[in-house]
Design a protein around this ligand. Structure first.
Ligand code: GLY
Length: 256
């Protein structure tokens, strides 16, 4: 606060209850009257394996989640998503768009960490791998207040993404490192590589951000999807490339 490293955002301190447990991302399309849930997903925020070190914008995500059963999803819907949307409507500000509550699954049940009115990043990448209905049709239906009329189809598969970062991120990092191997990575089945912090310089693709690329994949199971994504991620090179090797690990070894 003294050094004003967060600018105006650092002028005020809010003291909140510490929420302990796994963090999950919930997304719902809303047209102001009706809403439709996405499958639940999980981002990985910490830079280090085993959820250690500073927070990032999110460096790897998975969906759906084996540790969320229908009953828990229903509870999240009934206690968090529906009342929030209803309250906004009751206050005369019906919400149209994507409501994205970040939740912590505490031992006392799901609790709200934050609300966003947008897609999560990198969650959007894995949702686009599963979404079979045209996103534009859903957006149009939401704007027209006709979400109830549209059937949103999700692929019956597991999706994941691994974010390749610049060394030093989320602290300071160097840019302009030449990237190679993307075409080779895409030879792995079901891989799409999303660009986040890249640019072309002198005809070459180079790093231009902390989160450089998102390597996403699909599989019949989470394990299959992660295996493909990691094989593809290994084929991409740039100086200082860093990524967590344990994305999805806790979900993979989750036992009921
Ligand atoms: N995945 C974290 C965020 O988009 O805020």
């Amino acid at each position: 606060m003294l050094k004003k490293i967060f600018g105006a955002a650092g002028e005020e301190v809010v003291i909140e209850e510490f929420l302990e447990g796994p963090e999950i991302s919930i997304h719902a399309f809303s047209d102001g009257r009706n809403y439709k849930m996405f499958p639940p997903s999980q981002d990985h925020k910490k830079i280090g394996e085993g959820n250690t070190g500073p927070n990032t914008g999110g460096i790897g995500a998975i969906t759906p989640l084996p540790f969320i059963d229908t009953q828990l999803l229903q509870e999240i819907q009934n206690k968090i998503v529906a009342p929030t949307l209803q309250a906004m409507s009751d206050e005369g500000r019906p919400f149209t768009g994507i409501l994205y509550p970040g939740l912590i699954l505490t031992k006392d049940g799901p609790k709200i960490l934050e609300f966003n009115a947008r897609f999560g990043d990198p969650e959007a990448q894995i949702y686009m791998r599963l979404l079979q209905t045209d996103l534009l049709d859903i957006i149009d239906a939401a704007i027209d207040g006709k979400l109830e009329e549209i059937k949103i189809k999700w692929r019956d598969a597991a999706a994941c993404n691994i974010v390749l970062c610049s060394a030093g991120y989320p602290g300071s990092y160097e840019k302009g490192k030449e990237i190679s191997g993307i075409e080779n990575a895409k030879k792995e089945k079901d891989i799409i590589v999303f660009h986040a912090g890249t640019k072309t310089e002198g005809g070459n693709l180079v790093t231009n951000g902390g989160r450089v690329l998102g390597v996403s994949s699909l599989g019949k199971s989470l394990g299959e999807s992660l295996g493909k994504a990691y094989r593809a991620a290994d084929k991409i090179s740039f100086e200082g490339k860093y990524y967590r090797r344990d994305i999805g690990k806790s979900a993979l070894y989750f036992k009921n």
